[in-house]
Ligand binder design. Structure first.
Ligand code: VG1
Ligand code: CO
Length: 664
């Protein structure tokens, strides 16, 4: 800062925190441009009543500083943004280089006078990064930045703010999250950009960002802009010391407002309230200390019990996927592991992404659904929600679903002609197109916006991933709380007329689904942080196995007989041609498809920050009809196929790991 110009609070300004003079207030967020609001309000009344927006004005030097820099290696976004060790991000210039490369890659004029969303999941480094990005945004002509209070927005809420706030005026959003990766000074930090539709940037943009990051020479920043007090909701307006005209503003917004309003418009809250008031109904939501907590409190607060809903900055290692390992308290409470203390477990249990053992939480885009003593696999959850589209009010209002989509490793493929599985079979029965995309939410966005890009209208579209991600075209990110509301709506639908004491629960809903569509037994083995060369070798071996398999004349009409009677029909590597923009993505996982509909998929994770993570997805289809086989224990049902997967991949031998890091 060249000169301290903060009029109202010099001490705070000295501390680098702008708590400018409150100059007035206005109702609501305001629909007009921030400049015209500013002019109207200058010199207006002081202080703000409830429901009004506070305005804090600070006089600053708006001079743009160009800082010389040189490229950092490896600023290449993966499955979902750039994720690196926090210590890597903390290197001077690292974040700035990436942001400059990003801003330079956006279309010409995109940022000038624009509104940009900047927020994150609250992990270590979040607040400091928000401040830097605000100063760089000011240097690039951004007129206004929306930041959630305390720098927090869940990933789905950020998508919602971009799409919905003031009618969707934001040009995009910088989301500070490494999502399921652990946070803390010794763990991971992450950053990704979501574009105007609220969804993650496509590879064409992230590739350009990477290219630019390898050639960067300088970045631009308004160094004279003081840090904003992110705990103070309201408009922090910066006026240039020379001209006196407002040139930039950071509006600290209520992080839950837009998201909760959207959920209220999608779901029938009265019906959910009636369900939750039943004496035989109970709901527990585990916020896993993540950013989901405040949203869950706002939505479920009055209706159900809440666990772990205080977000925390986190320290230590581990991977907070919302699975049975990391959501141990919920698993216990729901009677999945041991006997819960105090009577029957709740009817519906749910968790967002986080890790309750380490009290760390994440960005609330994932969800885990659990019934009383009953675990719902994410693939089943997606299929069940799809089969209940008629019970979801906003879908019914929009004339029902138009399409379904799932990532490739999500259950399940179509190894046998005419026999789709899980969500595929729901699509078949409903007569809907089903899209199989590579791993990562960004691939769903084009499908959802197909009609805006010259293609057919595929929205409303429902989609999901096996990694506890479920969502729809209501936003452009996976959405944990939305999924819980879907499940509550499904239970409400099944229980409109059920007498008290005979409530249809999660297990009944899922087993009814299996009886109709069959069941996909499913498991994923993760070998985290293994030697990268060993991981590559595993993939290479499977590719070579595919070549000799085809060379020997094997294929769907001539399967190769393997151990335990498994007949291998295909080995291939998944690639994707986007039906909307025709872009292609290759090498997205090796698939071994069996004649009986079983499947082994192996791919390397694209979200890790060190080494490599091998993911093996194992799936077996059980057609309806045989009640005993349908209700079998999943571990038993999958054992022979798991053994085969370990044997064929040689994962133990090549990584030196006896057991996977996590089994889901
Ligand atoms: C993993 C999951 C993928 C998910 C991605 C981001 O990617 O497999 O399904 O979209 O994480 O989720 P990978 O490349 O590590 O397998 V989140 O909640 O961390 O944004
Ligand atoms: Co996440």
């Amino acid at each position: 800062m060249k000169r301290c110009c903060c009029r109202a609070a010099p001490l705070l300004a000295l501390l680098g925190i702008a708590r400018g003079r409150p100059v007035g207030s206005m109702r609501g967020g305001g629909g007009t441009s921030f400049l015209s609001n500013m002019c109207r309000l200058r010199g207006g009344q002081h202080g703000a009543a409830a429901g009004e927006t506070q305005i804090f004005e600070t006089v600053v030097s708006s001079e743009v500083t160009r800082v010389a820099t040189s490229p950092f290696e490896g600023q290449k976004p993966g499955t979902s943004g750039l994720r690196k060790k926090t210590s890597v991000f903390l290197q001077p210039g690292y974040l700035e280089n990436f942001i400059q490369s990003l801003f330079d890659s956006l279309p010409d004029g995109e940022l000038r006078g624009a509104t940009l969303v900047v927020s994150g999941d609250g992990r270590y480094g979040n607040a400091a990064a928000v401040q830097i990005i605000c100063k760089m945004a000011a240097a690039h002509g951004v007129a206004r930045v929306w930041v959630g209070r305390d720098g927090l927005l869940s990933t789905p809420a950020a998508s919602c703010v971009i799409r919905e706030r003031e009618g969707g005026v934001a040009c995009g959003g910088v989301i500070l999250s490494a999502s399921h990766n652990p946070g803390g000074p010794d763990a991971d930090f992450g950053i990704k950009y979501n574009v105007r539709n609220g969804g993650p940037a496509l590879e064409s943009l992230t590739e350009e960002v990477y290219e630019r990051s390898t050639q960067i020479r300088e970045y631009a920043i308004v160094a004279g802009l003081p840090d904003v007090d992110l705990s103070l909701e309201g408009r922090h307006v910066f006026v240039d010391e020379k001209g006196g005209a407002p040139h930039f503003e950071v509006e600290v917004i209520d992080p839950t407002e837009d998201y909760v309003a959207l959920m209220a418009s999608l779901f029938d809250f009265d019906a959910l309230r009636s369900l939750l008031r039943r004496p035989d109904m109970s709901l527990v939501f585990d916020g896993m200390h993540g950013v989901a907590g405040p949203y869950a409190r706002a939505i479920f607060g009055a209706l159900g019990a809440l666990l772990n809903c205080i977000p925390s900055e986190d320290f230590g290692g581990g991977h907070p996927d919302p699975n049975l390992t990391y959501a141990a308290a919920l698993a216990k409470l729901m009677g999945l592991t041991g006997q819960p203390a105090g009577g029957e477990p709740p009817v519906l249990g749910a968790a967002a992404d986080g890790d309750d053992r380490l009290q760390r939480g994440r960005d609330a885009d994932r969800n885990m659904i659990v019934g009383r003593r009953f675990f719902v696999t994410p693939s089943d959850s997606l299929a069940v929600i799809a089969a209940h589209a008629h019970a979801l009010p906003w879908l019914a209002r929009q004339g029902g679903l138009r399409a379904l989509a799932r990532s490739m490793p999500t259950s399940g493929g179509r190894p046998r002609l005419g026999e789709g599985r899980a969500v595929d079979r729901v699509a078949e029965e409903l007569g809907l197109p089903l899209f199989e995309t590579p791993t990562g939410w960004k691939y769903f966005g084009n499908l959802m916006d197909s009609h805006l890009l010259g293609g057919a209208d595929l929205s409303p579209l429902l989609c999901g991933e096996e990694s506890f991600g479920t969502g729809s075209s209501h936003i452009r990110e996976k959405d944990g709380l939305w999924a819980v509301l879907c499940w509550a709506s499904i239970l409400a639908h099944h229980n409109v007329d059920t007498p008290e004491g005979q409530l249809v629960g999660v297990e009944e809903v899922v087993t009814q689904h299996w009886r109709r569509f069959g069941r996909n037994f499913y498991t994923r083995y993760d070998y985290e942080n293994v030697d990268a060369a060993a991981a590559e070798e595993i993939v290479e071996r499977l590719r070579a196995m595919g070549s000799s398999f085809r060379g020997a004349g094997y294929g769907p009409s001539e399967p190769q007989l393997l151990q335990d009677g498994f007949a291998l029909a295909t080995i291939d590597e998944f690639s994707y041609r986007d039906p909307v923009d025709s872009s292609t993505t290759s090498q997205q996982g090796v698939r071994l498809l069996f004649a009986d509909g079983s499947r082994i998929v192996l791919r390397l994770s694209g979200t890790g920050s060190v080494g490599a993570t091998v993911r093996i997805y194992i799936e077996r289809y059980q057609p309806p009809g045989d009640e005993y086989a349908l209700l079998a224990n999943a571990t038993d049902a999958l054992r022979p196929l798991v053994d085969l997967a370990l044997h064929l991949s040689q994962v133990r031998e090549l990584t030196g790991r006896e057991a996977p890091t996590v089994i889901t």
